[in-house]
Design a binder for this molecule. Structure first.
Ligand code: NAD
Length: 344
């Protein structure tokens, strides 16, 4: 019997995507989705959709009636879901996962946390490429944030050129499309602290890397954009960098006509991708430049979906379903239809 995974916070942006991704794998099953009720309409359409597809929903004991009002019959309480699961994915908002942790400790259940939690929440900060093996059998693992995941993938793609130093400017979306209470609407907000936490988070996955990041928030909801300057041990050409990107899964090199985040999203819509998800990092070839041992590169990151494949690999590693990192990555990518090109 494949292991049963329980999603806590499973109706949210990351939770619903990880739930769907688990259902597409043939070596793990979804036990159910637990969530609190934020508003009736929220339980209504996200919850009803999952329930109509046969996913069991779990609620807090005093919120059962609110689910019933939304015509969803909860299978049990969130606590019962935690106790029945082989592994919990906690996809609650940053800080709530840490508060939930004593429940997971008490149940003795292995748990994945997300990037919004503080580093102390887990013994392993997970990126599929860099430390799949470290998470094997661990009780608590954190799948690092969207920005950190993208940085890890890009540095991994350039690994064989000897990455000596990374300096990155991270242009971050103000909020996700549905987050009407986030901003800015008409400002650019720099992070008044260098390095931004992303550099520290990357070092939890790649301990010896010399990396500094600065971050700013801008009025957009579609994607983040990173602009990196890297010092490499080897002298390489722009063509060689692009080739490495093309050869690394979960990274796509864009075509000339898909030169900004809006066009990437339009591509995803045209492809019929659910929620216009783009779990691949999209590199723009025109931003790749080499001067001596220095390389420049910019790319786009779809914050809502990039960490989904990493969550699936982390489940395989923690539950020791698959010994081999590359086999896990391949299984995940095939099941999620991860592409290596934007063109047909
Ligand atoms: P979200 O607000 O969209 O979803 C969180 C869900 O958790 C909601 O459905 C909420 O009702 C539920 N919830 C809250 N408290 C709960 C509790 N005590 N028990 C059960 N359910 C509870 O949040 P999100 O954007 O999906 O973020 C989740 C985590 O993923 C955070 O750590 C965040 O930093 C990280 N993350 C988010 C993004 C992104 O762009 N949205 C990207 C990468 C990582």
């Amino acid at each position: 019997m494949p292991p049963k995974i329980f999603l806590v916070g499973g109706l949210g942006t990351i939770g619903k995507r990880v739930t769907e991704a688990i259902r597409k794998q043939n070596d793990m099953d979804i036990l159910g989705v637990g969530d609190i009720k934020r508003s009736r309409s929220f339980v209504n359409y996200t919850g009803q959709q999952l329930a109509s597809e046969g996913v069991d929903l779990y609620a807090l004991p005093d919120k059962m009636d609110l689910f019933r009002e939304a015509e969803i019959d909860p299978t049990g309480t969130i606590q019962e879901g935690i106790e029945k699961a082989d592994l919990v994915v906690d996809a609650t908002p940053g800080g709530i996962g840490e508060k939930n942790k004593p429940k997971y400790e008490k149940a003795g259940v292995k748990t994945l946390f997300q990037g919004g939690e503080s580093a102390s929440v887990a013994e392993v900060a997970f990126n599929s490429f860099w430390n799949y093996d470290d998470a094997k059998g661990a009780q608590f693992v954190q799948v690092v944030s969207c920005n950190t995941t993208a940085l890890c993938r890009i540095v991994y793609a350039l690994k064989e050129f000897g990455v000596k130093r990374v300096r990155g400017v991270l242009v971050r979306r103000g909020g996700d499309p549905r987050q009407v209470n986030r901003g800015p609407i008409n400002a650019i907000i720099p992070k008044h602290h260098i390095p931004s936490h992303h550099a520290e988070d990357v070092k939890r996955c790649i301990p010896d890397l010399n990396i500094t990041t600065v971050a700013l928030k801008v009025p957009t909801t579609l994607m983040h954009v990173h602009s990196l300057n890297l010092s490499l041990e080897e002298r390489v050409t722009e063509g060689e960098i692009i080739e490495q990107m093309e050869d690394t899964t979960r990274i796509i090199v864009a075509t000339e006509d898909i030169g900004n985040t809006a066009q990437i999203v339009e591509w995803a819509r045209d492809m019929g991708r659910k929620r216009y998800d783009v779990p691949e990092v999209i590199v723009w070839p025109g931003t790749v430049k080499v001067e001596g041992n220095e390389a420049f590169i910019s790319y786009a990151v779809h914050q809502e979906s990039i960490v989904v494949p990493e969550n699936i690999d982390a489940i395989r590693s923690v539950l020791e379903i698959e010994e081999d990192r590359d086999k896990s990555i391949k299984k995940t990518d095939n099941a999620l239809n991860i592409r290596d090109k934007l063109t047909f």
